[in-house]
Design a protein around this ligand. Structure first.
Ligand SMILES: [Zn+2]
Ligand SMILES: [Zn+2]
Ligand SMILES: [Zn+2]
Length: 240
């Protein structure tokens, strides 16, 4: 084969490859709309229910009195319980002060709380607050990567991080349709008239006219603005 023929074949091959890439770009440019369910763990602190935020509780050792019962050796009989013998007393008479017990009940300062009646709350460690985690979930609608973009990513080539939402043949936006579908479980919402997504600062915004079916069966018209930023429908808010 001549060198001219070889060149023609390679030209033809290049043309076929280029056409293939163009076709792949054209047919593979539709970005899928994905629904993402996310659960968030929120850490926050709340007032300790045990001490009601005070950080201290009544001392368990003294019940909050600050003093505990103790027995003191009777000073009159020196603990014997017997009456000091004197003339014309009966020999077995008990001590008049301790009534024969040898000790006198008294209250002494509680050693656990040093007389304050309060100790640091064990549940919150004296801080008055306890950490708690709560879970919240959210459902978002996002623009996925098209086949073309997935190929680009395969070769570590950049893709648009904030593309304009794609319109379908009937003039609607798939991302908004999906969003409405997720948010109209209780009452039906139909798009009456589609707007066009335009850049608005870092986001894309579009105002559509919607028909809402109220709980009493009436039909109301509302304008709603949809905000898409970084491939995510971040907001759909009713305009008055
Ligand atoms: Zn506490
Ligand atoms: Zn005594
Ligand atoms: Zn105490």
């Amino acid at each position: 084969m001549s060198t001219q023929g070889n060149a023609r074949i390679s030209q033809l091959l290049l043309l076929i490859i280029a056409a293939g890439i163009c076709a792949f770009w054209y047919f593979g440019r539709t970005r899928p709309i994905l629904v993402r369910h996310e659960t968030h763990r929120n850490r926050r602190s709340s007032i300790c229910t045990t001490c009601r935020g005070a950080g201290t509780c009544n001392c368990e050792a003294c019940g909050g009195f600050g003093s505990v019962e103790a027995a003191k050796v009777c000073s009159k009989c020196k603990g014997t319980g017997k009456h000091r013998w004197r003339f014309n007393d009966s020999p077995d008479a008990p001590c008049q002060r301790c009534r024969g017990a040898g000790t006198i009940p008294t209250r002494v300062m509680c050693a656990t709380c040093r007389g304050t009646g309060k100790t640091a709350c064990k549940k919150c460690g004296g801080t008055g607050r306890v950490a708690s985690t709560s879970r919240s979930s959210s459902t978002t609608v996002v623009i996925g990567f098209s086949a073309w973009e997935r190929a680009l990513r395969l070769f570590a080539l950049p893709t648009d991080p904030n593309p304009c939402p794609q319109r379908n043949a009937s003039g609607g936006y798939a991302i908004v349709t999906k969003y409405i579908e997720l948010h109209s479980k209780k009452r039906r919402i139909d798009v009456q008239e589609w707007g066009t997504f335009k850049t608005n600062g870092p986001a894309w915004t579009m105002i559509a006219s919607l028909q809402l079916r109220t709980s009493d069966g009436k039909v109301a018209s509302r304008m709603m603005e949809f905000v898409v930023q970084n491939r995510k429908l971040t907001e759909g808010r009713l305009l008055e």
